[in-house]
Design a protein around this ligand. Structure first.
Ligand code: ADP
Ligand code: MG
Length: 302
């Protein structure tokens, strides 16, 4: 872009909460033909709420008493006190709201992209996805039905194991951003291919994608934090210029790998630093504005 176009684009952007970093970003934004959204905190609010606690009733504690919902939640919340993940916060807050007492965890271990492991009141507790429990040879059969039913509702479902037995399933919901559907429609109308990428599981991801108009074949789910960048590279290897839109520390490598990285919302400093554009407001529709601003300024001023 000419210096004049860059100046105009940059200042129109700034007035609309779109901060472009440097002059050639406008051109790269114009050339984008695929937009990849992170799910959590970008297409959803990122404010998670505990909605479901299911006790798997065929399981029994060692003393013969049955396992109830408050036991499942107390064990899970005790273990999650060691984590700062938004899912952990939702579980601990949910237990607090229900007036449950939680023990401090010991031997806490975070398993990135899978969950956590901790000792709570002398019990070995696992909270996380199916892969986490399976890696510890826990039989998950009895949990599959409630797990899949929560996921089909677009909730993130986590399994809880105590002393190597699955005892319950916990569901956490995150509200979809009100403008997400409008954003996907506007981008699709402009001929952009819209994708969603997430560490969350396939079923939850597809339920969310379907509700906002992203097609199932454009959902990349179960991606480990370290693999988000390679997922972007794969999309770009098919000849596309991708804009990655994300908010988290997890997203920084993907923001850097994309032709245009857009850090959204208050986000994290790491994401903002890795991005080419910062969307100051926490509104996915500002992606549409970003594209419009670059197209308009580059078309008018040569
Ligand atoms: P995202 O990309 O959606 O932020 P993460 O990579 O952080 O996802 O996590 C992926 C999955 O790993 C979660 O959906 C959840 O099943 C599991 N997980 C991660 N951290 C935790 C935790 N602290 N407690 C329970 N489960 C977790
Ligand atoms: Mg995220």
């Amino acid at each position: 872009a000419t210096p004049a176009a860059t100046m105009v684009g940059t200042s129109i952007g700034a007035r609309n909460g779109v901060l472009f970093k440097g002059g050639d970003v406008l051109e790269r934004v114009r050339d984008v033909d695929a937009v990849v959204f992170d799910k959590t905190g970008t297409l959803t609010r990122g404010e998670m709420t505990l909605t479901d606690v299911v006790a798997l009733d065929e399981q029994r504690k060692a003393d013969g008493t049955s396992i109830d919902e408050s036991f499942v939640l107390r064990m899970a919340a005790g273990a999650e006190r060691g984590s700062e993940h938004p899912l952990a916060t939702a579980i601990v807050d949910g237990a607090t709201d229900r007036d449950l007492s939680m023990a401090e965890p010991s031997d806490f271990e975070n398993v990135p992209g899978h969950g956590i492991r901790a000792t709570v009141s002398g019990h070995e507790v696992l909270v996380g996805n199916r892969a986490l429990l399976e890696s510890e040879d826990v039989d998950v059969d009895s949990s599959i039905e409630p797990l899949e039913s929560l996921e089909s509702d677009g909730k993130t479902a986590m399994l809880v194991a105590v002393d190597d037995r699955v005892v319950g399933v916990i569901g956490v919901a995150d509200e979809i951003e009100p403008s997400a559907e409008r954003t996907v429609a506007a981008l699709s109308d402009r001929g952009h291919d819209v994708w969603m990428i997430t560490g969350d599981n396939e079923r939850t991801a597809r339920a969310v994608a379907q509700s906002i108009g992203i097609k199932a074949s454009n959902v990349v789910a179960g991606v480990l934090p370290a693999d988000k960048a390679s997922a972007i590279e794969e999309i770009q290897d098919e000849g596309r210029d991708a804009m990655m839109v994300g908010d988290g520390v997890n997203d920084a490598p993907a923001l850097a790998a994309a032709s245009v990285g857009a850090a959204i919302g208050s986000g994290t400093d790491v994401a903002i630093e890795a991005g080419d554009v910062t969307l100051v407001r926490d509104d996915p529709y500002d992606v549409v504005k970003t594209i419009r601003i670059s197209e308009a300024t580059l078309a008018k001023i040569r």
